[in-house]
Structure formats: C-alpha cells, structure tokens
Design a binder for this molecule. Structure first.
Ligand code: ADP
Ligand code: TMP
Ligand code: ASP
Length: 242
C-alpha cells in the first residue's frame, strides 16, 4: 500500500527501522517523519510488526514534544501533519544516543549484575555511538573530538537537556500512574542551536505501571510478553490528554 507521503509525491531521503524521512516540498530545511508499524530489537536482529504503532508513536511523540515545549525545551517538532506524519526541522544529527536512567533495567542491570527495578541514587546518563553494525557501542566524551562525532560543548549541552527532560517526563508519567525507568533521546544542530529530535515513544522509553510494575513499552515486544498493542494504546491514551 502506498504511504501517504508517497501519494503526496514527497521525496524519500532515508528509511530507518521505525521511520521514513521525506523532504517537505522542495524545501530541504524541513522533513516529514513517517512513523511505521515495523518493530525491531537488538539492532535489527529481531523483526516484527506492532499494529497501529506508527499512529500511536506519532501521536505520543507529538504530545510529548508539545509538553516539553511548554516547559522551555526546544525540539525539532513543528506540527503533526497526519496520523502517521510529523513535520520537523531538518537537523544535523549527532550520531549519538543519549540514554538516561532512573531505575536499573535492560543493559544496565546486566552490566552491573543487579536485578531490574532498583532505584538509582541519582540518574545515570550514557552515550552510545549510533551504529547498528557495531551494536551501538557505549562511548564517552573523549570520543567526540577523537572521532569527529560532534562539538564536545554541544554534546555537553544535549546531555544537560536530556537530564532536564527527566524531571518533566518523570513527573508527567508519575501523575499518570507510570514509572519512567529509562529512555533514549537524540539531538541535532540547527543554526548553531542544540535541539531535541527524533521521537519519544514506548519504543525509546521504559515505562512500568507504578503499582503492578507491569511493562508498558517495547520490552513487551523485545521479550515476547504479549499485550504489545495494548501497552502502546495505554501510553497513547495518557499522552492524548496533554
Ligand atoms: P534508525 O535510523 O535508527 O533505524 P528510525 O527508523 O527512527 O531509526 O529513523 C529515523 C532517523 O531520522 C534516525 O536515524 C534519526 O537519527 C533521524 N532523525 C530524527 N530526527 C531528525 C531530524 N530532525 N533531522 C534529521 N534527521 C533526524
Ligand atoms: P538498554 O537497557 O537496552 O540499554 O536501553 C535503554 C533505553 O534506551 C531503553 O528505554 C530503550 C532505549 N533504547 C533505544 O531507544 N534504542 C536502542 O537501540 C536501545 C538499545 C535502547
Ligand atoms: N533500536 C533497536 C533496534 O535497532 C531497537 C530496540 O531495542 O529498541 O532494533
């Protein structure tokens, strides 16, 4: 089936695992991000489909970018164009994933040899080099200059923004019955300014029910737990009130 952006004659510039990027008209300064139902895990090794994920993630991300904007956090978000499309500023992206954690889970629990769900005494912030082939290796600030991955001062600013976002999202999800366990953000540069980009969705966050500790995110897909669509729908319902 033809995607809405293709029907509109948009030029595809990139297709990733979860999204497709199109040019918005002939203007290279804006992109249309099309959210797919495709789901992958473990750097693309596990593949599947989550019904309606594209619609849920576009709506969830749009709402969360709006929430963050209302709290002074600037992002690439311009507007939600359709059920699966978001209009964004075209940024020069850092090839870096910024992971912030409040509780142990996933790779941190494994690395530190602790069970999942231990509250950290203060948030952990990690940088990963975005490369599926290499399995997104963890890096630190000294890699930035050494491998020309971005201006260290800009990445430092992105890190600060990533941590500020923690307070806003933690508080929002807490008020809506969910624990923000961890999340991954991406940032880029526009006219010398560091802006939040990409998406904020159950694909890129771990959210647990505050009472039952049930997982309400992509771990349901990663770990074959069932109830995947229902989890995304729950986050969609919560964020649609923003
Ligand atoms: P991946 O590339 O990891 O498979 P996606 O399928 O989500 O991930 O593809 C979206 C791509 O778009 C990502 O590589 C991301 O870094 C990039 N991106 C996100 N926001 C912007 C933006 N505003 N400008 C340019 N690139 C962006
Ligand atoms: P991790 O525990 O597997 O390192 O994941 C930490 C957080 O980052 C979790 O919320 C899921 C998210 N994440 C991504 O968004 N993309 C990725 O490629 C990986 C590995 C994790
Ligand atoms: N980004 C991962 C992948 O590449 C997905 C994940 O585990 O979130 O497949």
């Amino acid at each position: 089936m033809k995607k809405i952006s293709e029907e509109k004659g948009r030029k595809k510039v990139y297709e990733g695992k979860a999204k497709i990027l199109y040019l918005y008209g002939g203007d290279e300064s804006k992109l249309v991000t099309y959210f797919k139902d495709d789901a992958t895990a473990f750097n693309g090794q596990k593949k599947g489909t989550i019904e309606q994920k594209g619609e849920f993630n576009n709506a969830i991300s749009s709402s969360l970018f709006k929430l963050l904007k209302s709290k002074g956090i600037k992002s690439h978000f311009i507007e939600k164009l359709s059920e699966r499309e978001m209009l964004v500023h075209h940024l020069k992206m850092f090839p870096v994933e910024f992971v912030v954690r409040n509780y142990t889970a996933g790779s941190l629990a494994k690395k530190m040899g602790v069970e999942e769900g231990v509250k950290l005494l203060s948030p952990v912030v990690e940088l990963y080099y975005k490369s599926d082939e290499l399995g997104d290796p963890m890096i630190n600030e000294t890699y930035l200059k050494a491998f020309d991955l971005g201006e260290p001062k800009d990445v430092e600013e992105a890190k600060k923004i990533a941590v500020n976002i923690n307070e806003i999202l933690k508080d929002f999800f807490d008020k809506n019955g969910l624990l923000l366990v961890d999340y991954k953000l991406e940032f880029g540069i526009l006219n010398g300014n560091v802006l939040l980009a990409d998406e904020i969705t159950p694909d890129t966050m771990r959210l647990w029910d505050k009472v039952t500790l049930e997982k309400v995110d992509k771990d349901r897909f990663r770990r074959d737990l069932g109830g995947v669509e229902e989890a995304y729908k729950r986050v969609y319902d919560i964020t649609s009130k923003i």
